[in-house]
Design a protein around this ligand. Structure first.
Ligand SMILES: *[C@@H]1O[C@H](CO)[C@@H](O)[C@H](O)[C@H]1NC(C)=O
Length: 156
């Protein structure tokens, strides 16, 4: 079940990116697991209300999107109201946003001597400043680990 959802999610992100989107430090499988852990990679999930406004399958905030470089859909204007939501609710634009964010803040959050998807999972939740806080017991991180363990390229 989880694997099927993760696979569908990976495929949704993988196919457009093979067609020539930005290359990046964040592998496709990693992007898929961040998406999976955030919302089950639900492409139609509404923006959250409450103390944080988070949108799209990766649950991205406006500040995260802005830090990532304000990616937008083709011919959209980053200053247009709604440009943020339109981007982060689109599989490709959301993926570019996550990659842009990770490219900017990449670091060894968990102190294991490598910068890999585990660190991107920390950065995704904690942001670029103070990403070493303990989050391994959170539902997000547990979901990330469950996904990671189904994906050969992220195992180990
Ligand atoms: C996605 O989220 C919406 C809104 O919460 C929900 O109605 C829908 O069933 C979800 N889709 C999947 C595939 O889980």
């Amino acid at each position: 079940m989880l694997f099927k959802i993760a696979a569908a999610c990976l495929l949704a992100i993988l196919i457009p990116s093979i067609q020539g989107q930005v290359a990046s430090v964040v592998p496709e499988d990693c992007l898929g697991c961040l998406c999976q852990a955030s919302t089950g990679c639900n492409m139609t999930i509404p923006c959250t209300t409450g103390h944080q406004y988070l949108c799209g399958p990766f649950l991205i905030s406006w500040a995260y999107w802005a830090d990532a470089g304000k990616f937008v859909l083709a011919n959209d204007d980053p200053e247009r109201k709604g440009a943020f939501e339109a981007c982060v609710q689109d599989a490709v634009c959301a993926g570019e946003t996550v990659r842009g964010y990770m490219a900017k803040f990449a670091q060894d959050c968990n102190g294991d001597g490598a910068i890999n998807c585990d660190d991107y999972a920390h950065l995704h939740i904690l942001g670029g400043f103070g990403c070493n806080a303990p989050i391994t017991q959170t539902p997000f991180y547990q979901g990330y680990l469950a996904c990671r363990n189904t994906v050969q390229s992220l195992a180990g």
